[in-house]
Design a protein around this ligand. Sequence first.
Ligand code: F6P
Length: 370
Amino acid sequence: MSTKKTIKRIGILTGGGDCPGLNAVIRAVTKTAITRYNLEVFGIADGFLGLIENRMRPLKFSDVSNILDQGGTILGTSNKADPARFCVDYAPDGNPIFEDVTDRVVDNIARAQLDVLVCIGGDGTMSAASRVAEHGVPIIGVPKTIDNDLMHTDVTFGFNTAVTIATEAMDRIRTTASSHSRVMLVEMMGRNAGWITLHAGAASGADLILIPEIEFDIDMVCRRCIERSQHGKAYTLVAVSEGAKPKGGQVVVDRVVQESPDPIRLGGVSEVLSYEIAKRTRLECRATILGHVQRGGTPTTYDRTLATLFGYHAVGLMIHDQINHMVVWQNGALGSVPIDQVADKQKLIPPDDALVAACRATGVCFGDEG
Ligand code: F6P
């Protein structure tokens, strides 16, 4: 498939976990493609799974009307369908049997006469898309994830909504923390990146922020809770990432999804910490795990506009032959980077992050010496 050939028909899929703003991107891509460039658009069901199983349908203008503010994805998604390592069966011991089914994906794309494939997803989807691109399929990537951990883009859509939801939860938890004089821990998603926790913690005035990038010392955490209770602050509000871990310790794993390209699901560190702090300090502690609430429902205005910009720019990239690139937002402007520069990488909070410095300066403890 030549990247120079005239584009007539495009496919679009949403991969990985659902995320607020997916429908806004689908809408922007489809409307721009149809009205501005007279292209045909095919929606692929359930991410790469739909390409493996050849499930797709034409998307008309009317199919994407009134979806801008809808959460989830009208196309469906899957975070267990990497074509290069696809679970085709289970062995008698229950372990999955994997096969590389990329050729099947390439055949189905050719049969449907898709000239370009728009892949909206996070690092797992970009990694899978990059490998499909190596087989000659022209790809455009659009960066999605509440985790904000994709390389080369300052922000991904979905992140702002997740931070907004988590901040509101922190504000509400503060009421109970203060009324009952408790240590209240609020656990946030993000896998091994602490972006949601850092931003929601900063925005809600958390007393402690525990993120994967800064390993915490449990003595330090307890000392801060005690100090607060001794200096007239009867309660402590802790924002904790699901990927936070003690110095030299391990993350807390909730489950292993063997079929998934990234099988580890984190969760539960706030409960472990709550128990430990209560035992050591005799303060009353409670943990709340926000979980999938952070991914659900309508996107914020910021995410709706970012998703619209991303979808519009994705079509512009393919028209201007910037194939195998992912849309990015850098220094306040739209841009793009080769998709293979994003694959199999993760953007973590750097040690010199300005918000970490601002939080420290305003008295937030990260559970370390800093
Ligand atoms: O990557 C998005 C994310 O919500 C992570 O923050 C979280 O660790 C993971 O997905 C949860 O995955 P699942 O929906 O499979 O439980």
